[in-house]
Ligand binder design. Structure first.
Ligand SMILES: Cc1ncccc1-c1cc(O)c2nc[nH]c(=O)c2c1
Ligand SMILES: [Mg+2]
Length: 215
């Protein structure tokens, strides 16, 4: 029995999912976390909203804040066109190690790069160190206390342009009230609220989409 929850999830996927099949990996993580042990992946219900927003955005460069075990990185990467990239930031090295294996098993490693460290350090280095010019889509799913600061950082670093899409998880539970206040009132975003439920739970939660209108 693997010591950590995240390692038990990875083990279950390796033993039951189809290698190289990202949908199978996503489905098996959902199966494990709804039947055996709860874990904080965006999940299948909010995941369908994430899929829809990714499809309508059709992004070339995706940034994800908060990799965890790689569930949403796998979910997003499976929808990306050839030649597109997903950069995902994870500050917990043990989670990053699990996510690396999960992404590899799913067969999406050519599209996904895991950046280990904190967002406040990595975001300002994306242009110089990772050759990023602009990001088309940002999935914000790390710590709700960092959502607003990191959104402002993306603006200041000129990483988002007119039309860039931010999609934030957990704006109801655990909640990101200052983020909602900021994107809805600063005048630079067109916002859409997607009510849903907390992953593997009947508690209410929601995603907020904020489309950047330009500086
Ligand atoms: C852990 C937890 N417990 C009870 C209720 C919600 C959560 C929870 C759910 C999530 O989707 C999260 N996503 C990113 N980061 C988080 O910290 C996080 C926490
Ligand atoms: Mg979340």
């Amino acid at each position: 029995m693997a010591q950590r929850l995240e390692e038990r999830i990875l083990e279950y996927v390796k033993q039951h999912a189809a290698e190289g099949d990202p949908q199978s990996v996503v489905d098996h993580i959902d199966k494990y976390c709804s039947q055996k042990e709860w874990a904080m992946h965006v999940g299948d219900e909010k995941g369908l909203i994430l899929d829809q927003v990714v499809k309508e955005t059709n992004p070339t460069i995706v940034l994800e804040l908060g990799t965890y075990c790689g569930y949403s990185a796998t979910r997003i990467a499976r929808l990306l066109k050839p030649g597109s990239r997903l950069l995902t930031v994870e500050m917990n090295p043990e989670n990053a190690a699990v996510a690396k294996q999960m992404i590899q098993f799913a067969g999406v490693q050519d599209k996904v790069e895991i950046l280990e460290g904190s967002t406040e350090v990595i975001i300002p280095s994306l242009k110089t160190k990772y050759g990023v010019d602009r990001v088309d889509f940002v999935f914000i799913d790390h710590f709700s206390e960092r959502y607003t600061a990191d959104t402002k950082l993306l603006e200041e670093c000129q990483l988002i342009k007119k039309g860039s899409v931010l999609l934030a998880d957990n704006v109801v539970f655990p909640g990101a009230p200052d983020f909602l206040e900021y994107v809805r009132t600063c005048g630079r975003y067109d916002c859409t609220y997607y009510p849903s439920h907390l992953e593997y739970s009947d508690k209410l939660d929601a995603l907020e989409k904020a489309v950047f209108k330009g500086p």
